[in-house]
Write a protein that binds this ligand. Structure first.
Ligand SMILES: Nc1ncnc2c1ncn2[C@@H]1O[C@H](COP(=O)(O)OP(=O)(O)OP(=O)(O)O)[C@@H](O)[C@H]1O
Length: 292
């Protein structure tokens, strides 16, 4: 881990907090990012300023509506936090985006042109939607470096991975990801010997090796120490802009550190949206969290 990188992340976190405190406003990750740019085949079309778009999505399990006419969109480069009480539908929403669960009705688009409901889970991952589950699933018997190398091979597909040799571009990328996840000095350590927080960062690094456009992260700081949580906040702020992130978390201090726009889910729909302060002051949100 390099001190300058930590300083840079800490400075960015501080600047972000001051900006939100001063203006009380959220900011998108740059809605103009893809405007009027020619879209290459396989590229996500960001012309409408949205990387992810859900409209009126519903799914029932045995007659119970886990997701109920859910509509929301994420801008390119945005870091969106999703909160909501247990059973609000957060995991089910991620399952729908990643193709694990098919909704009964509604629309789910990646960019303006890719209808995710027409694609299988593996295809969606290949398109650039990476998902991190709550529990880290790194290969404990491999080193940190080997875990990242394996993720790169996987990203290149089965055929290419059979003849895979790390070229200088790949090596540069791997070194950059190691720096980003604060594990440069632990590259030769077995992943099994890392702390819980470091394993979480390594898994995020493995996703980054696949260069995802959108990252879905489920309770990334659960079980982390305060210091690890603070570093994870810096990490996420450094990823914002280059990637779009959707973060489901219950830890409000972590959300406070990273969030601009927060979406509150309740009974499968959006209950409120805004800055953390705005949604925390919303009587409907207070009722849902405290009123029962
Ligand atoms: N496969 C399933 N079969 C039946 N019910 C399900 C299924 N998946 C989810 N549910 C139900 O749908 C509702 C939403 O669950 P979900 O896990 O999406 O909520 P959540 O917001 O992620 O909750 P938590 O914060 O506890 O993780 C819950 O009532 C859950 O029991």
């Amino acid at each position: 881990m390099t001190p300058d990188l930590l300083d840079e992340g800490a400075a960015r976190a501080q600047a972000h907090r001051s900006r939100v405190a001063a203006t009380g406003k959220t900011e998108s990750g740059g809605r103009a990012a893809g405007f009027r740019r020619k879209v290459e085949p396989g590229e996500v079309d960001l012309a409408h300023g949205r990387i992810l778009y859900l409209e009126e999505v519903s799914v029932s399990f045995d007659g119970f509506k886990a997701i109920n006419k859910l509509s929301l969109d994420i801008a390119p480069g945005e870091l969106r936090c999703i909160i909501g009480p247990n059973g609000a539908g957060k995991t089910t929403m991620m399952d729908i985006i990643t193709g694990k669960t098919r909704p009964d009705s509604g629309t789910v688009f990646f960019g303006s042109t890719i209808d995710l409901l027409r694609h299988k889970e593996a295809e969606i991952a290949q398109m650039g939607i990476g998902r991190k589950f709550q529990k880290p699933t790194v290969f404990e018997q491999l080193t940190v470096f080997e875990n990242l190398e394996l993720a790169l091979k996987t990203a290149k597909g089965v055929a290419a991975s059979m003849f895979f040799r790390l070229d200088s571009r790949d090596a540069d990328r791997l070194a950059e990801v190691l720096r980003t996840i604060h594990l440069s000095e632990s590259a030769t350590r077995l992943a099994g010997t890392l702390s819980h927080g470091q394993k979480q960062w390594l898994e995020i690094g493995m996703l980054l090796m696949q260069d995802p456009k959108l990252l879905l992260l489920d309770e990334p700081v659960a079980g982390m120490t305060d210091e690890e949580t603070a570093r994870t906040a810096e990490l996420f702020l450094s990823l914002k802009g280059k990637h779009s992130l959707m973060v489901v978390e219950h830890d409000m201090s972590f959300i406070q550190a990273i969030s601009e726009k927060v979406t509150v889910l309740h009974e499968g729909s959006v209950l409120a949206e805004g800055t953390l302060a705005q949604v925390q002051g919303d009587p409907r949100v207070i009722e849902v969290y405290l009123g029962r």
